[in-house]
Design a protein around this ligand. Structure first.
Ligand code: NOJ
Length: 560
């Protein structure tokens, strides 16, 4: 079947279900709660929803440890609520994308329980190795969440590989039976009517034969032997050929440490491309090295490089001749998801929350690609900062430097924890921020009395109403979808300025990433006086070729 690439005209919203909205009063977000909010999403201009895992799970990694791939967790409302949400989305012309987590399962999955008992055909479903004669682990790889990547199993008397938490054993994708299981999962959900998959750390699924020791990398030991591993393309082609090709669906791959050039091996547009878009991480590293837990100060130059390198690799349409890799792939655009702290608290300013929240929206919504908005981002939620490290829930957070003194750990967690973005969505200024009528499963950020969706809906100058405008504008301008990308002010650590251009339209986007005034001078080929100011986060903006920016000012101009 021909893939129509419908996602190119869409704006997606990510729901992390546990904290989105509780519909039945048990304190846990669920699909009944989602159902209540479909019109809210539609009015925002959302065309599709990506759900973080909804499947039954013991919750060792908040749902990314799955114990049954073909069901919906009872706490989320089970299949009945899922069908209602799927229908509700489709009735509104919106898409539904599931999270596919097949690098690993939960250790409570039936496959693992049988594998540890060597019950066929499950014996080789996971990556088991005996202890080395000298008692050492099978290799020196690190897990991303909990110490070394190996865990001893008393029943099987072998180690199993877990690249993430101990309770997330890695599947052995080299086993054709495991690949058949993955294909069954894909088919099951596609036949039910879902529209695509976000594929969790999918570039990790093929490990190098022999699982060699890594003597090169000081951190993430082993990653060079399993990221883009030897059979990755073969396996993804198999999934495409045997299942995905038969549906007009979309796939988006989470891909740590991927470069735009490497991404093309997966996403270069053709009749047989393996993946449609990639979730790259460079745009999350403007204030850290590799992970949020290795902080450094924010640099706009780094963020610009992250945006620009992907924009330049993938433009299509007029003006592309200037780029070597032009027009060959499509971008996923995001500034927040469930794995990172809130963006206003990182790249913007809590003091200038409204101004910087709007500016950040402008900074990425007019780039080429499909934007994703994470729950709460649209009305400017900020980081949660609890008073003790014991209040953190997330397995990744809890295992960061457990030996450090409390104060130092707390400061790091405040800065880096993904729990900062996992508190319940603040719907109202009422009890529990209107998230639940029961007792919320997790702490509510205390700032809900001033930062909440209801307030934002009624305030014409809110971040939420700005997102609505920006999304509508984006959709009305073909240049945002098709135009070439040109960056200006490349040396600036304060202004991010880019243009998008087709034969018919020319767009100029100006974003200030500082509260200090900066002199902006229009690039030589632009005359702001002749352009229309389409969007700005300040009133009374004069259209001049040169102006002093106000704190976190953003402007979008158009020539037609
Ligand atoms: C990436 C997911 O986004 C993250 O939340 C999860 O913890 C890891 N993969 C492991 O599945």
């Amino acid at each position: 079947m021909r893939h129509t690439r419908w996602f190119k005209d869409m704006v997606f919203y990510q729901i992390w279900p546990r904290s989105f909205r509780d519909g039945n009063g048990d304190g846990i977000g669920d699909l009944w709660g989602v159902l209540e909010k479909l019109d809210y999403l539609k009015e925002l201009g959302i065309d599709g929803v990506w759900f973080s895992p909804l499947y039954p799970s013991p919750g060792a990694d908040c749902g990314y440890d799955i114990s049954d791939y073909m069901d919906i967790a009872p706490e989320y409302g089970g299949m009945e609520a899922f069908r209602a949400v799927l229908e509700g989305l489709h009735q509104r012309g919106m898409k539904l994308v599931m999270d596919l987590v097949v690098n690993h399962t939960s250790d409570e999955h039936e496959w693992f329980q049988k594998s540890r008992r060597r019950i066929e055909p499950y014996t080789d479903y996971y990556i088991w190795r005996p202890a080395k004669p000298n008692g050492k682990l099978p290799n020196n790889w690190d897990s991303h969440f909990e110490g070394k990547a190996w865990q001893w199993d008393d029943l099987r008397q072998e180690y199993y590989l877990h690249l993430f938490a101990v309770k997330q054993p890695d599947l052995n994708m080299d086993n054709p039976l495991v690949r058949t299981e993955v294909k069954k999962i894909l088919k099951f959900w596609l036949d039910l009517g879902v529209d695509g998959f976000r594929e969790d750390v999918i570039t990790f699924i093929s490990k190098k034969e022999g699982l060699p020791d890594d003597h090169l990398f000081p951190i993430f030991k082993g990653i060079r032997f399993y990221n883009h591993g030897p059979h990755i393309h073969e396996y993804l082609q198999e999934f495409r050929r045997d299942v995905l090709e038969n549906y007009d669906c979309m796939t988006i791959a989470e891909a740590p440490l991927v470069t735009p050039q490497r991404a093309l091996d997966y996403i270069e547009e053709s009749d047989t491309n393996e993946i449609d878009m990639m979730i790259q991480f460079q745009c999350m590293c403007a204030d850290c090295f590799f992970t949020d837990y290795m902080p450094r100060s924010f640099s706009l130059k780094r963020l610009r490089r992250a945006f620009s390198s992907w924009q330049k690799s993938h433009p299509s349409g007029l003006g592309d001749w200037q780029y070597k890799l032009a027009g060959r792939g499509w971008n996923a655009l995001y500034l927040e998801n469930h794995d990172h702290p809130r963006v206003i608290s990182r790249y913007g300013s809590e003091q200038y929350r409204v101004e910087s929240g709007k500016m950040l929206a402008v900074s990425y919504l007019f780039l080429k690609g499909t934007p994703f908005i994470y729950q709460g981002q649209e009305f400017g939620m900020t980081n949660w900062r609890p008073e003790s490290t014991s209040m953190y829930e997330d397995v990744q957070t809890r295992n960061q430097h457990p030996d450090w003194p409390e104060e130092k750990r707390l400061a790091l967690y405040h800065r880096a924890s993904r729990d900062s973005a996992r508190t319940p969505v603040q719907w109202t200024d009422g009890e529990h921020a209107g998230f639940t009528t029961g007792t919320p499963w997790f702490y509510v950020n205390e700032n809900y009395t001033s930062i909440n969706a209801e307030q934002a809906l009624h305030d014409p100058d809110s971040i939420l109403n700005f997102y609505k405008k920006a999304i509508a504008l984006r959709k009305s301008l073909p240049v945002v979808r098709d135009g070439s990308y040109q960056e200006y002010y490349r040396g600036s650590d304060k202004l991010y300025v880019y243009a998008r251009e087709t034969k018919e339209q020319k767009l100029l986007v100006i974003c200030s990433f500082t509260d200090k005034p900066v002199r902006f001078q229009a690039p030589y080929n632009f005359s702001l006086g002749d352009m229309k100011l389409l969007l700005t986060n300040y009133d009374g903006t004069r259209e001049e070729n040169s102006f002093l920016t106000r704190p976190y000012e953003a402007r979008v101009y158009l020539y037609e």
